[in-house]
Write a protein that binds this ligand. Structure first.
Ligand code: ADP
Ligand code: ZN
Ligand code: MG
Length: 629
């Protein structure tokens, strides 16, 4: 029963890395040696088959009979076999027939052969090569393969003892870019700054002549999925210089010193290839604050790696054209030493895209889709405030999947809508149907939110109400569509938001006389807004325009903050009182609104229970219809 929470964007793994376009440079090395071996074996087998003449295996008695009948023209006597040619012709091919038989120790054989005029020869086999093959080459081959296989397994489990110190940086020095700045949208400012870097890398001399100095380290910071990794790849594509990319977690190894060795190795390689870019993704994996609480193992190792990184960054000269680019979504946990001048001294914030940005990103990700004429990407961009690039890419993909599943030959607007719902709230849970009573209650709860949103003066228009339960535990939701992006809110707007949040619970109370647990999230959010109004925005009449408490929100994960209490117990009590006042007066306001419009509430709930989903227009027409009566 919570309103869709736009902040809750799921972190997607870097799926992009598996996309065909990027595969060339980013894929892992295939199991090349193994397949090479298999192919050789198969070829060898066919080769052997090919040169062998078809021989018929015959019993020794038959051989003797052929001999006595003078049908053998010639034969070779080997260690264990006798091979030869008959005077008979093969019926099909017309060629002399070949035979082979097991040799018996027959001392008289030579005489018999001579007697029947058979040309014969004895061949002593040289076992050297077969012996070599069976006693040396094959066993060693097997051991070698097993070893390779095991070491690969061990490597993926993080204990790479065969490869210690070897660098895992992917290097790409292709002039044909796989990703360019055109593939990145909605992050104009970072793009502009990075374009400068590209210019520098293209012609370092030119910049130096002008006295320009390139920053050594550039740190891309921003929430997950905003396109930091993508931007870095675009740079490598645009700049046309070698690009060493490594993820912070690749440095962390179980053996002490390996991470540091990797860092050294990486910088050595880069220096040899300058001008070039080193890209360290997920820098926080190595760059965390040193000297924190000691974990079990691996802690020293990380510090060593970080120290080595600092040493390397100090020790090279950016005029040589090595630029270190890094990305993180936790700048708050980075060791301060990393951010000092001469290291990552330039930070570029890659923020969540605004409406226009989202539209551009959607355009990029729907380029390859066959879309129905009814698709309006602008509506989708409006409906997805707070979504990051990765979410939008996901929506485009989901929409295409849904269209394919429904056997449509183009992607329709409804596919996009369904895709948004999936991304917001997880796939529809059609199987766990609510009981009728619960459904009745949820319908009234959501109608309460909806009606209040339509009644309060600053409420955003409702875009969609749904009581279809979702995977994430939400039983229903009311989705409002902001008419324009908002960057601040007035006191009245905040009060209206609180009212809308309380609408669900108030509606339940009016209709059923008691309340349910379904409103917990609503109440939490309403209280948060009220508390912020007093403590952060100074909107309380009693306490005045002051702020209380120092919040140290971590920059991007707005939910995680610590509060430093800088006020007295007495003030704390007053704050609590004020919060309660705001909530209580809002609640009675909402009760009043809903009671006045009881018939509209009933009509909305009825329709919602019936249809499960109501669009914004449907909501409006129900309200108008009821008002007229
Ligand atoms: P981050 O590294 O910031 O967590 P990524 O660069 O890995 O995010 O983004 C994941 C995927 O989301 C990208 O590969 C791309 O498909 C899509 N994406 C993210 N941001 C953008 C953007 N600004 N423009 C276009 N696509 C984007
Ligand atoms: Zn609710
Ligand atoms: Mg990334």
């Amino acid at each position: 029963m919570k309103k869709a929470d736009f902040q809750a964007t799921k972190k997607k793994p870097d799926i992009e890395l598996n996309k065909p376009a990027g595969r060339k440079y980013w894929q892992k090395q295939g199991n090349f040696a193994f397949w090479y071996f298999v192919i050789m074996l198969v070829l060898f087998y066919f080769f052997q088959q090919g040169i062998q003449v078809k021989k018929e295996e015959i019993p020794y008695s038959q051989f003797q009979q052929y001999l006595s009948e003078n049908k053998v023209s010639e034969c070779i006597i080997r260690d264990k076999l006798i091979e030869g040619t008959l005077k008979l012709k093969d019926r099909k091919t017309g060629k002399p027939m070949h035979f082979v038989t097991v040799r018996l120790s027959d001392a008289n054989l030579a005489n018999v052969l001579e007697k029947h005029g058979v040309k014969y020869s004895v061949e002593i086999e040289n076992h050297f090569f077969t012996n070599l093959l069976f006693t040396w080459i094959i066993p060693f081959g097997i051991i070698f393969l097993l070893w390779g296989f095991l070491s690969k397994r061990v490597a993926t489990s993080g204990m790479n003892f065969l490869n210690v110190g070897r660098n895992r940086a992917h290097i790409h020095a292709d002039s044909q870019p796989s990703v360019t700045f055109k593939d990145v949208a909605g992050v104009d400012e970072p793009k502009q700054e990075l374009e400068e870097v590209v210019e520098f890398l293209r012609s370092p001399d030119y910049f130096q002549r002008l006295g320009g100095r390139m920053p050594k380290g550039i740190l891309l910071v921003g929430p997950p999925g905003t396109g930091k990794t993508l931007l870095a790849r675009a740079i490598s594509g645009e700049a046309g210089v070698p690009f060493f990319s490594i993820s912070g977690s690749d440095f962390i190894e179980i053996f002490a010193g390996v991470g540091a060795a990797r860092v050294r190795d990486l910088f050595d390689q880069a220096r040899a290839k300058a001008p070039c870019i080193i890209f360290i993704d997920e820098l926080d994996a190595v760059g965390r604050q040193r000297g924190g609480p000691i974990g079990i193992g691996g802690h020293d190792e990380r510090e060593q790696t970080l120290n080595q990184l600092l040493v390397e960054m100090d020790g090279f000269d950016s005029s040589k054209g090595v630029v270190v680019l890094a990305a993180t979504n936790r700048p708050d946990v980075l060791d301060k030493a990393l951010l000092r001048p001469g290291r990552f001294d330039r930070q570029i914030v890659v923020d969540k895209p605004d409406m226009k940005g989202r539209l551009e990103i959607l355009k990029i990700h729907t380029r390859g889709l066959k879309m129905a004429p009814d698709v309006d990407l602008e509506v989708i961009a409006k409906r997805t405030p707070g979504f990051v690039g990765a979410d939008l890419a996901n929506i485009a993909n989901e929409a295409a999947i849904l269209a394919a599943r429904n056997k449509r030959d183009s992607v329709t607007q409804s596919d996009f809508e369904a895709a948004i719902d999936r991304v917001i709230a997880g796939p529809e849970k059609k199987t766990t149907a609510m009981g009728p009573e619960e459904k009745h209650r949820v319908a009234y709860h959501e109608s309460g939110h909806t009606l209040v949103a339509e009644l309060v003066p600053t409420g955003e228009p409702v875009h969609k109400v749904s009581i279809i339960p979702r995977g994430s535990g939400a039983l229903g939701y009311t989705l409002q569509l902001p008419e324009r992006e908002k960057f601040m809110a007035t006191r009245n707007e905040l009060l209206d938001q609180i009212a809308i949040l309380l609408g669900g619970r108030a509606s339940e109370e009016i209709i059923f006389g008691d309340v349910s647990t379904g409103a917990q999230n609503d109440l939490e959010r309403a209280s948060d807004i009220a508390r912020n109004m007093i403590c952060s925005y100074g909107m309380s009449e009693k306490l005045g325009p002051l702020t209380f408490g120092k919040r140290q929100a971590s920059l991007f994960l707005g939910t995680e903050y610590s509060e430093e209490k800088n006020y007295s117990e007495e003030t704390a009590r007053q704050i609590d009182e004020e919060v309660r006042d705001i909530i209580e007066s809002s609640y009675s306001r909402v009760l009043g609104l809903l009671k006045e419009n009881r018939s509209v509430l009933d009509a909305l709930a009825r329709e919602l229970e019936d249809k499960e989903i109501l669009s914004g227009e449907e909501v409006k027409s129900i309200i108008e219809r009821e008002r007229k009566q």
